[in-house]
Design a protein around this ligand. Sequence first.
Ligand code: DP6
Length: 363
Amino acid sequence: MTPQDFIPKREAKNIEAGEATWQSPSNIALVKYWGKKENQIPANPSISFTLNNCKTTTSLKYAKKKAESDPADFSFDFYFEGQSKEDFKPKVLKFFQRIHNYCPYLKEYKFEIHSENSFPHSSGIASSASGMSALALCVMDLEKKLYPDINEDFFNIKTSFLARLGSGSASRSIEGPLVVWGKHEKIKGSSDLFGEKYPDEIHDNFRNYQDTILLVDKGEKQVSSTVGHDLMHEHPFAEQRFKQANDNLNKLIPVLKSGDLSEFIKIIESEALSLHAMMMSSLPYFILMKPNTLEIINKIWSFRKSTDIAVGFTLDAGANVHVLYPENQKDKVLEFIKNELVAYCENGQYICDQVGEGAKKIS
Ligand code: DP6
């Protein structure tokens, strides 16, 4: 596939008005995307668990523009949790501008977008993956009405392609349970242009894998992911990091097949700490972990050592800790979290999630 393949070439049906609602989850990367080339092309491949409970629900209402409105403009209103949100509009506008070449019908409509998250707004959880993928799904819902012969494969691939242009990690939220984005020589069908469901064997140990997200710091991040990605351009360790991510994905393939949880934990924890090491060695350097992030990591390590329970962690671009463990250890790990880790969370807050199957249509 090339980007050209996503430009509609046939004649569209005439659709005057309609509405679509989709629910799309967040995801947590096991091998991280950190650094990109032009047009949202990742510097290395990444893989993530699709989540189940942390999600965005978005409705898109559309109606053909009135004759007097400017055909050169995008026309939309955006509401978040029922409130008109002017400060979200630039992000949506940028998304429409980036995808317009592939969705030329966008300027023919006036849109009303309503969006809400299942997780608390200021939880420090990245909402761009679920938010951008939900919006991309709604746009593709309209596209499917305009071109009814679009099949499910193309629908998913193009949705991921569009979501990627909104936010790289959003390309991994359409399907589940594991999605790869970025070309990797050992993973068939993997592409820099869109995320694809992981095609190889996955051991039962990873079925309903648990992710308890400990909310260490619910404040706004000091450095956005987009700025962090940019700092990889002049980064002294960039090439080595991109190689490490490729190697870690290589190592993960047999681990996903064998269910070797001790190797799994080594790979994901190394990825999390390498991601933050990149931030600490960027110029300008920055730190997104908080003292409580480190307290939690140390507690997890000593709990694992003393109990032999396969519990590990990963981090995204923030201070929150994702505690990852198999479903059959759920009771013991939750007890450990309540007894020993909740004290390090802001207002004692955490979110219980697990691996999910991807986005779904609501109406
Ligand atoms: C640390 O997808 O948020 O979560 O493409 O600029 O929107 P943009 O960045 P974004 O970056 C995610 C970074 C990460 C790692 C990951 O999800 O792979």
